[in-house]
Design a protein around this ligand. Sequence first.
Ligand code: GDP
Ligand code: IMO
Ligand code: MG
Length: 428
Amino acid sequence: MSCVVVIGAQWGDEGKGKVVDIYTKQADVVVRYSGGHNAGHTVVINGEKYVLHLVPSGIMHKEKYNIIANGVVIDPSALIEEMEDLKTKGINFTGRLFISKRAHLIMPYHKIFDKFSENKKGSKKIGTTGRGIGPCYADKAARVGIRVCDLYDDEVLKEKIFQNVEEVNAIAKNVHNIETLDPQQIYDDYRKYADILSPFISETSYLINRLANEGKKIMMEGAQGTLLDVDHGTFPYVTSSNPTTGGAFTGTGLSPKFLTNVVAVTKAYTTRVGSGPFPTELLDDLGEKIRKIGNEYGATTGRPRRCGWLDLVAMKYSKMLNGIDYIALTKLDVLSGLDKVKVCVGYEYNGKILETFPPEIKILENCHPVYREFDGWKEDISKVKVYDDLPQNAKKYLDFIKEYLGVKYALVSVGTDRTETINLNEVF
Ligand code: GDP
Ligand code: IMO
Ligand code: MG
């Protein structure tokens, strides 16, 4: 019995794609449980780069099952495009890619409302990916969402689309004064998507529990990151789902009793895309330098990522929320060449030191990080395969993080490629 959850410990883009691809070798099944095509997960194999948005990052391993579970919101046109792209690259997934009947569908009006509501917010905008994620989850919570299984009942599909579009059009016309939508056109398009996707549709909650009961090794692939969690993150500057460990079980239907280990993917520093508080952000030349060296531009939207030091206050919070056993620390190579490297070990607020991550945005925005400083290292570490071969100062940095958090390292990543990895502990 073995289920490993791989989550993002920070604000997303920690390198989950690379880590999931590495552990797929030992797993039988890889499952995406939350988010949608707001995610961009990069896998690099022999120099060839794949960016996955909805399809799990285990898909490159022939014969492994990959499941898009109920907690994911699916834009069928984006999914079909991604599947086409994978086929073009020679990846065959027939018979091993499964899509939950219970997953909710992103509809054209979700994308329109996502962009519109962002524009309306002006300087207070969240900086969403504009993919319709928030409005789709809102419809799910409001119980008017359309699910994958609805695609296969013409009567239900038509009724739901026509009913929703009637309401959407009333809001579009009377409140926002924007163009209305043609429900028949949407119905026709979604019927076509249904035909293309039908070989992959499944009751995945039964499938995944059956596989787990047969002793198959299950890996849950988190999207986004802990601090973007709608319940536990920097609300309202968050996404609309639960990327944390708990979301892996509501988002798949797998019994939580199968959980064996939680692996948190964490950059050796911190990045964030979009708006919201970021206590350790570097707004100076150093931040720009890290962005350049780390190639910190979004895999989904191409937006520059905000960069800063590793925040251990946030990481402790993340450890508590997720039950982290192991850290997969990525992008250590990006820090090579810096004179000094810092980590945040406390927040100073109004003359007091906070050691917990505050829920109030105003407090978080006005926290001053308390840093612990380390000497840097100059060596190129991208070819290092064994922990002991790392420069002494890099090891001091890593050891401090590990001891401060009370975790073990699963791996340390020193480059984009699958092979540019120092493997330390088995997670399955
Ligand atoms: P994800 O959303 O968590 O899967 O992460 P992304 O794919 O959005 O962003 C991570 C980026 O860092 C990708 O471009 C990866 O190829 C790259 N990356 C991952 N690990 C490393 C590493 O150890 N070193 C360097 N230099 N790049 C890495
Ligand atoms: P992966 O899985 C980084 C951010 C957006 C925005 C906020 C809300 O690649 O780590 P949304 O479109 O979800 O309503 O946007 O969340 N965001 C991400 N940031 N990585 C991601 O995914 C993200 N998915 C959403 O930038 O700030
Ligand atoms: Mg990403």
